[in-house]
Design a binder for this molecule. Sequence first.
Ligand SMILES: [Zn+2]
Length: 286
Amino acid sequence: MRHSALRHLFVPLLAALAAGCAQQAEKPSSGVQRMYVLNCGESRTNDVSRWSPGVNVGQPWDFSNNCYLIRHAQGLMLWDTGFADAVAAMPNGLVIGGGMLHARMKKTLVAQLAEIGVKPADVNVISFSHFHPDHAGNANLFAGAVLYVQEAEYEALFGAAPQKLGFQPAAYEKLRGSSTVKVKGDRDVFGDGSVVILSTPGHTPGHQSLLVRLPKTGAVILAGDMVHFESNWTNRRVPGMNFSIPESRKSMERVAALMQQHGAQLWINHDKAQSARMPMAPQYVE
Ligand SMILES: [Zn+2]
């Protein structure tokens, strides 16, 4: 009696295990499945010519600010973390740099992730275009992920004078203890060519962009702050505040060549008009 009862339990269990194995074997281990574009705040400046020297002097301008969550067969990767979620609780937003920027946030990054069933601890890989506070605001929430960062950026972040480069160490302090991959140049994150970090220094010492090959949309390059809006891209304009203007120019030319090579679109994070055309999370792009 006991034996047959066990048998009844055991046989379906074995069958279920076998089916599970078969499913696992069929599951692809490569490729991007989808990408979510998350609204990680918005900001307004009273003078856009800080980003376009000599052009539109004294004109106000609105910026979008996106984060991107990539669901790859091997795990979840988050690209940029936006303004700090604390901004969402500020009724009048956050004034930065003595009025240079006025940031607002409708919904926290954590809340947007929750809507798509993701907790910060679920993110396996974290990487940043660079570490200015509009990109690294929530970095500390992802200290458990593997961090991919350019060596030059890392040295500046934890060096003697990060504030001189506009970094705010309190926002990313916990990443000190993260499992870290220091990158020098480009890096194929999952080893299948589907997500490739592109070295695009200039805005900061270790600025990077990201090539993502989506299954239906095709190749896109997430610009980071390699360029801030469309007309700066068309005219190859470089903000006066960049860490290196010559490096910034080189990076723009490099991305233009890579776009041709891969037939890639350029997704400009801070371009509000372009961002308005994106399907935002909980929608996604494939
Ligand atoms: Zn930015």
